[in-house]
Write a protein that binds this ligand. Structure first.
Ligand SMILES: O=C(O)CCC(=O)C(=O)O
Length: 257
């Protein structure tokens, strides 16, 4: 696939105003099949190893989550680190970006698990929190029936709200009364299309009421220069980082110019 995905100045302005945008046909044809198959193979390998009776953490109660799939599969790596995607993240945020991490989010059918309204960045061990962004890539069609994403436009400007406990979510209006009256926008996606959201934008995904798995990979970027804030997180916990240390190097590669 080529490095160029066209974005108009209007789309960039809409992303910066609303804190999210839908982009169609970002990955297509054989690339989409290869990416989807490579991600699904890693998820399958992981799930085969899991004890079905294990205690599930907050993410596991919502979906099967595999973090940093790009480190496990050269094929996945070639897509996750692709400049086509990095350049989208860089042009929308207006900054050079590094990969923060990716995660496959496969939502199983019939569990009834929704992804509660939440912001992402408050969970992350970053000292700067305003410009992280996620490309949420549908590997198969994402619909209202199987749990596509919804966003509350403009909420990326809401700072200092307590992180939502995903396993035991409070009512959105208790957490963020400022969101009362805002109208959510729901984005159904064809496979290979994506939504992009600022890590501070409130978002939600419904339960998977279809017969099959909802297959998604979320690729998360942070501005080059982002520094470490000591907070427990599975990506950084093993690294022994010091407060203020830059998140860079080969684990957090630069993916834009
Ligand atoms: O896939 C989902 O259900 C939610 C994903 C999400 O919250 C995210 O990518 O930030």
């Amino acid at each position: 696939m080529t490095n160029d995905y066209p974005l108009t100045p209007q789309q960039i302005a809409a992303y910066q105003r609303d804190g999210y945008i839908q982009l169609n046909d970002v990955i297509t044809g054989d690339d989409l099949t290869a990416f989807r198959d490579a991600v699904a193979a890693v998820v399958k390998e992981d799930t085969a190893r899991l004890d079905p009776n294990r205690t599930r953490n907050s993410y596991e109660q919502i979906f099967i989550q595999c973090v940093n799939v790009w480190q496990r599969s050269p094929a996945v790596k070639s897509y996750v680190l692709h400049r086509r995607l990095g350049s989208i993240a860089s042009r929308l945020s207006g900054l050079s970006v590094r990969l923060w991490h990716d995660h496959a989010l496969f939502k199983e059918p019939h569990t009834g698990a929704k992804t509660p309204w939440h912001q992402d960045t408050p969970y992350w061990p970053h000292q700067q929190k305003m410009h992280q962004l996620t490309l949420w890539v549908a590997l198969q069609d994402a619909t209202i029936q199987n749990g596509c994403m919804s966003f509350l436009p403009g909420t990326q400007k809401l700072l200092d709200i307590e992180p939502v406990n995903l396993a035991n979510p409070q009512d959105l209006y208790d957490v963020a009364p400022q969101t009362k009256g805002l109208k959510p926008v729901t984005c159904e996606l064809k496979a290979g299309s994506c939504t992009v959201h600022n890590g501070m934008t409130f978002h939600y995904a419904g339960p998977n009421r279809s017969a099959g798995m909802r297959e998604v990979i979320a690729i998360i970027y942070m501005p080059d220069g982002t520094t470490y804030a000591p907070t427990t997180h599975p990506v950084t916990d093993p690294l022994g980082l010091q407060a203020g240390q830059k998140l860079n190097g080969e684990l957090f590669p630069l993916v834009s110019d």
